[in-house]
Each structure stands twice: as structure tokens, then as C-alpha cells.
Design a protein around this ligand. Structure first.
Ligand SMILES: Cc1cc2nc3c(=O)[nH]c(=O)nc-3n(C[C@H](O)[C@H](O)[C@H](O)COP(=O)(O)OP(=O)(O)OC[C@H]3O[C@@H](n4cnc5c(N)ncnc54)[C@H](O)[C@@H]3O)c2cc1C
Ligand code: FES
Length: 280
């Protein structure tokens, strides 16, 4: 993990309100793995932005630079969208665990909903480099919100698209598309990123078909390094920290809908180990 001042060398608005930034950092680009993220200070630390914002590492130029892809959703990302070429951003990373893959994996399916393409393009490039055959399935509400389709098409054996308004690719959700095609594709592993409900349904389908499924989840973060317990995620093995134990989890380990700590009984929750023990 490094803390660097990373110069912005390119900035592109690839879709309305969605920006791609390339940042110089030999340290981060050299050590980053697909699925890891960076924690970015979006403004002056003494100003409004005391807390950093987490963004997946979207792509790397090894030993030189890395990219983030983000959507403007609030004040931090709005500030970030205003950076200029040659501005330097205060960045900590790479953070988190990343996706797991091994030489035994011969076929994979990368499944993204909307901005979920952010960590998966880096993974797609890594799988390509390691000669792993994979399919890609990208979903969005409309064609304009479908991101990185051409990039995945260049890398994947076959790239499927689904839009909820039917403006491009299959008419409907990416989950419906998965359910229609999974028995033919039969990947050994599914890697997914997107809205939580989508990840839940994908994990359920994967479990039905006995397919390993790794999902990258989101939680609000403060420290990003496992110190504040602010990003707890409920799993069947107890609470886990999204920033340190995640953001990638096995889909079948997650207690879907239980990630809001307030919904769970806190009796028996050990704040030291972030484990739930039987309180009876
Ligand atoms: C590990 C990880 C990787 C991420 N990667 C990306 C990425 O590659 N690209 C991208 O665009 N976004 C990504 N996000 C989400 C991104 O961090 C938030 O959109 C960003 O922090 C919002 O900051 P803001 O100040 O603009 O919005 P705020 O004003 O803080 O919030 C605006 C809205 O976004 C919601 N929000 C804020 N932070 C989060 C969060 N961490 N998770 C879910 N919802 C949130 C708020 O509830 C609110 O509805 C990632 C989040 C995590 C945890
Ligand atoms: S954000 Fe502080 S522990 Fe994860």
C-alpha cells in the first residue's frame, strides 16, 4: 500500500457524467491486482473532503499509470470530475483483496451492471494475458449507459449486452440474460460487479448451477484500511470489513440484505475481531 501524489495525465468523459482518469503512479500500477481499489482525496483535506472516496482500479499501464472510471453521484465525485490535466491527486492504494484466479481456471464469465465494468476491465486484460478464455456480459438501463462494450468485445470470446429499455443487445436485465444462457456457457467461475440486488441474483443462479461466483461489493468507507470498522459487511462467517477482507467476496458467503449492521443483532459482535460469536 502506498500513499502518493498522482499526476492526472488524461481525463475523458466517456458517457454523460462518467469520467475516466489516468493517474501516474509507478508504485500503485506495479502492485495492483484486478478487484483492488484506491482511496482518493477528492479535494483539499482541510476543506469539505475529509474522507477519501474509494474507486476500483479500472486498468493499469504496468509500472507507470493506472486508471479509474467513476460516475458523478455526489459532492466528492463532482469535485473529482473538475480535476485538470497535471493536477496531482492524493491517493492511497492498492487496497482490498482483489479477485482470485488460478491457472486451473479455463473459462470464466465477467458480469457487470452499469459502473460494475470498473474493476472487471482490469480483470479482463489480466485473464487475456494469462490465456484464460472468458465471456463478458454487460448490462445497463439504456445504450448510453452501457460502458466499455467495445473494450470487452476486443478481449472476450463473446460479449453479450443487455439493456432494460431494449435500446441495445438483449431486451431486459443482465440477470435475465444470464439465466437464459448460463446452461450453455457453463463457465467455471463468474466474476461480477454491480448493484447489490443484481449480485444477489447472480450468486443464486451460480449456486444453482454449482459455479464459483466472486462478487465485488460496495460499502461506505471512512479509513479504507481496516481501522475504523465503518465498512462492515455481513457474511455467513461473521462480519467482514469490505475494505480489508473485500471488496471481493464469494457470493455464497454473503448474507444478502444483511449488510446494514443495524438490521442485525449486535449481541455477540466482537469489535476487535469483527466476528459474531454465539451469545447464548
Ligand atoms: C470498493 C469500492 C469501489 C468502488 N469503485 C467505484 C468505481 O470504480 N467507480 C465509481 O463510480 N464508484 C465506485 N465506488 C462508489 C464510490 O466510492 C461512490 O460513488 C463515491 O464515494 C461517492 O462519493 P460522493 O462524495 O460523490 O457521493 P456522496 O455525496 O458521498 O453520496 C452520493 C450517493 O452515493 C452513495 N454512496 C456514497 N458512497 C458510497 C459507497 N462507497 N458505496 C455505495 N454508495 C455510496 C450515497 O449513499 C449517496 O446516495 C466504489 C465503492 C467502493 C466501496
Ligand atoms: S473503511 Fe475503515 S474499516 Fe473499512
Amino acid at each position: 500500500m502506498f500513499q502518493v501524489k498522482a499526476d492526472v495525465i488524461s481525463k475523458e468523459e466517456i458517457s454523460p457524467g462518467v469520467f475516466n482518469l489516468t493517474l501516474i503512479s509507478p508504485e500503485i500500477s506495479r502492485s495492483a491486482r484486478p478487484g483492488q481499489f484506491v482511496h482518493v482525496l477528492c479535494g483539499d483535506q482541510n476543506d469539505r473532503f475529509l474522507l477519501r472516496r474509494p474507486f476500483s482500479i479500472h486498468r493499469v499501464v504496468p509500472g507507470r499509470a493506472f486508471e479509474i472510471l467513476f460516475q458523478v453521484v455526489g459532492s466528492g465525485t463532482d469535485e473529482l470530475s473538475r480535476v485538470k490535466i497535471h493536477d496531482a491527486l492524493d491517493v492511497i492504494g492498492p487496497l482490498g483483496n482483489g479477485f482470485k484466479y488460478s491457472p486451473e481456471i479455463k473459462s470464466a464469465l465477467l458480469l457487470a451492471g452499469g459502473l460494475g465494468v470498473a474493476p472487471l476491465l482490469f480483470l479482463a486484460e489480466e485473464l487475456t494475458e494469462n490465456h484464460v478464455m472468458f465471456y463478458a456480459m454487460l448490462g445497463a438501463k439504456t445504450k448510453t449507459e452501457l460502458l466499455r462494450y467495445i473494450d470487452f468485445k476486443r478481449l472476450a470470446k463473446k460479449t453479450f449486452a443487455a439493456t432494460e429499455d431494449g435500446s441495445f443487445g438483449h431486451d431486459g436485465t443482465v440477470v435475465a440474460l444470464l439465466n437464459r444462457t448460463v446452461h450453455q456457457l457453463r463457465p467455471q467461475v463468474i466474476y461480477a460487479c454491480g448493484p447489490e440486488k443484481m449480485l444477489q441474483k447472480i450468486s443464486e443462479t451460480a449456486e444453482d448451477f454449482g459455479i464459483d461466483c466472486q462478487v465485488s461489493v460496495e460499502a461506505k468507507m471512512a479509513c479504507g484500511i481496516g481501522a475504523c470498522l465503518g465498512c462492515t459487511y455481513a457474511t455467513k462467517r461473521g462480519f467482514r470489513l469490505t475494505c480489508k477482507d473485500g471488496p471481493v467476496f464469494n457470493g455464497r458467503d454473503i448474507m444478502w440484505g444483511g449488510s446494514d449492521v443495524e438490521q442485525l443483532p449486535l449481541d455477540g459482535y466482537d469489535y476487535e475481531t469483527a466476528e459474531i460469536t454465539d451469545s447464548d
